[in-house]
Design a protein around this ligand. Structure first.
Ligand SMILES: Cc1cc2nc3c(=O)[nH]c(=O)nc-3n(C[C@H](O)[C@H](O)[C@H](O)COP(=O)(O)OP(=O)(O)OC[C@H]3O[C@@H](n4cnc5c(N)ncnc54)[C@H](O)[C@@H]3O)c2cc1C
Length: 541
C-alpha cells in the first residue's frame, strides 16, 4: 500500500508567509497613502493571515456554520445564533486588532488607509467576519447623528474588544452594530420599507419584518422604519438598559451560497424598542452615509480577495510541474498569471487611492468629491472583475483548485457577494450618474485624477477624450451607465498603473485594457509582453 502512496509533484502548503511584508505592491501603496505607520500592526496581521492557524480557523468557521436557536429549553424565546468556537476566535482576533475602528481612533494622518491595509490583509484570510467588522466601522459615523447615543455607544463600538454577551451597552467591553433595512418587497428601493414606528415616550416602538439582516448577534441594529409615513433611521439595541431582552424574533437564517461563517437572518420587530438616529423622515439619506463607508470597505476587501487568489495561483504554479517544466515556465500559463497580476495590482492601487481620498477628503474638497464618485465606480468595477478573476486563478490549480480542502471554494462562493449587497451593479452605476448630476465637480475631480498620467500614454489620452464626450452626451444615460462606469474605472486604473506600477506592467495594462490588444478572457495579453517578469513582480517575497 505504502509504495503506491508516494506523494510527488504536489506544492507545499502555502503557510508561514507574511501577507503584508511579503507584498511589495501593498506596502508601497499603503506608504503612498500616508499609512506607513501601521507597519508594525500590519506585519502582525500579515503573519496571522499567512499562518496555519488562520487557515484552520477560517475553514472551521465556514464549514461549521451558524445555527439559529429561537427558544431555550424551557420554551422562552432567546432568538440567538450559535457559532463554532472558530468564529468567536476570529471575531476576537479582528476586533482585538482594531480592524473595525482604527480609522476613528487613530490620530495619525492616513488613518483610513491604515485601516484599509489591515482590512486588505484580513480579507485574504477570511471574509465572513468582515460583515460585522465593516458594519461596526461604518455605523459609528451614522450614530454621530444622535450625539447622546453616540456618547454612550461610540467608546464601546471602537474598543479593541469582542464581547459577545447580550448585555446592556453600559456593561459591555466592546460592541458591534449592523444594519436592518432590506425588506421582502424591496432592498434597493428603500422607499418601499413598510416597518412602522410609533412614538412611546422618549423612544419608539417598531413593528415589521426585515428580509435580510446579517450578523444578528450584534448589540445594535440600525433599522429603517416609517414614522408618520416617512422612512426614518432608528437604533434598536439587543438588550435594553434594564438588562431585559428587547423583543425581536429571528425567523430563520439564510442558507447562503457563500459567506457561510456569517449569519444572515430574516427577522421581525414586534413592539421593539428603538431610538431615533438622524432627522425624522431622512432615514435613507442617513443610512446612505453608512453605505458610502461600507462600499469603500468592499472595494478594499475585494482587492484583498483578488490578491489572495493570485498568491495561491502563483504559489501553485511555481511548485507544480507538467510536461517537463514548472507551470510558471510555460508561456501560456505565464500569460494567465501576468494578466491576473495586472488585474490584482490595478485593484490594489484603486483601493488605496480611494482610501487616500477618504483621508484627505476631510480637509480637501477635491478629494472629497473624488471619494464620492470613485466609491461606487470602484465598487462596481472590482466586484465585477473579482468573480472572473477568481475562476481563472482557481483554474491555475487544476482539479485541486476545485476541492474544498483548499480556500478556493470559499473565495469563489464569496466572489459575487460584494457585487450584490450594499448596492447591486445597476444601482451602483446609477449612483455614479447621480454623483455627476448632483455634484458635477465630482466628475471633474475624476477626470483630473485620470488625466494626471494622460500625457505619458497615447491610449489613456485617447480614452480621456472619449470619456469626456461620452459624459457630455446626455442621451440614454441610464442604458449606457455600465459602459460609462466601466470605461471610467479602467481609465482610472490605467492612470494609477502609469503613475505607480513598473512601466512594463503599466504599458501592458494600457495596451490590453485601453488599446484593445486583448481577448475576452484573462491570459490574452499581447504577444511580446514579458509575462514572466510581470507575474514574478507580484510573487510574495
Ligand atoms: C448575504 C447577504 C447579506 C445581506 N445582509 C444584509 C443586511 O445585513 N442588512 C440589509 O439591510 N440587507 C442585507 N442584504 C440585502 C442586500 O442589501 C439586498 O439584497 C440588495 O440591496 C439588493 O436588494 P434586493 O435583494 O431587494 O434586490 P432588488 O432591489 O429587487 O434588485 C434586483 C436587481 O435589480 C436591479 N435594480 C434595482 N433597481 C434598479 C433600477 N432602478 N434600474 C436598473 N436595475 C435596478 C439591482 O441592481 C439588482 O440587480 C444582504 C444580502 C445578501 C445577499
Amino acid at each position: 500500500m505504502n509504495a503506491t502512496h508516494e506523494v510527488t509533484n504536489q506544492p507545499p502548503p502555502l503557510a508561514g508567509y507574511n501577507a503584508w511584508t511579503g507584498d511589495r505592491v501593498l506596502v508601497a501603496a499603503a506608504r503612498r497613502a500616508d499609512a506607513g505607520w501601521i507597519e508594525p500592526e500590519a506585519t502582525g496581521m500579515g503573519e496571522l493571515v499567512g499562518s496555519e492557524r488562520m487557515r484552520l480557523l477560517a475553514d472551521q468557521a465556514n464549514r461549521y456554520g451558524p445555527a439559529l436557536k429561537t427558544h431555550d429549553r424551557f420554551g422562552h424565546r432567546i432568538d440567538a445564533v450559535e457559532f463554532h468556537p472558530a468564529y468567536h476566535e476570529l471575531m476576537g482576533l479582528a476586533f482585538g486588532t482594531g480592524l473595525h475602528s482604527i480609522a476613528w481612533t487613530s490620530r495619525h494622518p492616513g488613518a483610513f488607509a491604515a485601516r484599509a491595509a489591515m482590512n486588505y490583509v484580513w480579507n485574504q484570510g477570511e471574509q465572513g467576519i468582515s460583515c460585522p467588522v465593516t458594519m461596526t466601522f461604518a455605523g459609528v459615523q451614522v450614530l454621530r447623528h444622535a450625539p447622546a447615543l453616540a456618547a454612550e455607544w461610540e467608546p464601546k463600538l471602537t474598543a479593541r474588544s469582542y464581547d459577545p454577551r447580550p448585555l446592556p451597552i453600559a456593561k459591555k467591553t466592546g460592541a458591534t452594530i449592523v444594519m436592518a433595512k432590506t425588506e421582502k418587497q424591496g432592498g434597493s428601493d428603500l422607499r418601499s420599507n413598510s416597518t412602522l414606528a410609533v412614538r412611546d415616550g422618549d423612544s419608539f416602538l417598531l413593528t415589521g419584518h426585515k428580509w435580510f439582516c446579517s450578523a444578528p448577534m450584534c448589540d445594535d441594529f440600525l433599522a429603517l422604519a416609517r414614522l408618520d409615513d416617512r422612512v426614518t433611521c432608528f437604533l434598536v439595541p439587543r438588550s435594553l438598559p434594564d438588562g431585559s431582552r428587547n423583543p425581536f424574533y429571528l425567523q430563520r437564517l439564510k442558507d447562503k451560497i457563500g459567506n457561510r461563517s456569517n449569519a444572515s437572518s430574516e427577522l421581525e420587530f414586534r413592539d421593539t424598542r428603538a431610538w431615533l438616529v438622524g432627522p425624522e423622515g431622512k432615514g435613507i439619506a442617513t443610512l446612505i452615509e453608512m453605505a458610502h463607508l461600507t462600499r469603500f470597505d468592499i472595494v478594499v476587501a475585494t482587492a484583498g480577495m483578488m490578491r489572495a487568489g493570485l498568491t495561491l495561483a502563483l504559489h501553485h504554479c511555481e511548485h507544480r510541474a507538467a510536461f517537463g517544466a514548472k507551470l510558471i515556465e510555460h508561456a501560456a500559463m505565464q500569460n494567465v498569471l501576468a494578466d491576473l497580476a495586472l488585474e490584482s495590482e490595478a485593484a490594489t492601487l484603486t483601493a488605496f487611492r480611494l482610501a487616500q481620498a477618504f483621508d484627505r477628503g476631510a480637509s480637501e474638497p477635491n478629494e472629497r468629491l473624488l471619494a464620492r464618485i470613485m466609491t461606487p465606480l470602484a465598487k462596481y468595477w472590482l466586484c465585477k472583475r473579482n468573480p472572473v478573476f477568481t475562476v481563472e486563478a482557481m483554474e491555475c490549480l487544476g482539479g485541486t483548485g476545485f476541492v474544498e480542502d483548499g480556500p478556493f471554494g470559499r473565495l469563489f462562493r464569496e466572489s459575487p457577494l460584494n457585487g450584490i449587497w450594499e448596492g447591486s451593479g445597476n444601482v451602483i452605476c446609477l449612483d455614479v450618474l447621480r454623483s455627476v448630476e448632483r455634484e458635477p465637480e465630482s466628475l471633474s475631480a475624476l477626470m483630473r485624477e485620470i488625466a494626471a498620467a494622460a500625457p505619458e500614454n497615447a491610449q489613456l489620452k485617447a480614452m480621456l477624450g472619449r470619456l469626456e464626450r461620452e459624459f457630455r452626451d446626455r442621451a440614454n444615460l441610464e442604458s449606457r451607465a455600465r459602459r460609462l462606469v466601466e470605461m471610467a474605472a479602467t481609465a482610472l486604473q490605467a492612470s494609477l498603473m502609469l503613475r505607480h506600477a513598473d512601466p512594463r506592467a503599466a504599458d501592458a495594462f494600457c495596451a490590453s485594457r485601453l488599446g484593445g490588444d486583448w481577448g475576452h478572457v484573462l491570459g490574452t495579453l499581447p504577444a511580446g509582453t514579458d509575462c514572466r517578469a510581470l507575474a514574478e513582480r507580484l510573487r510574495l517575497q
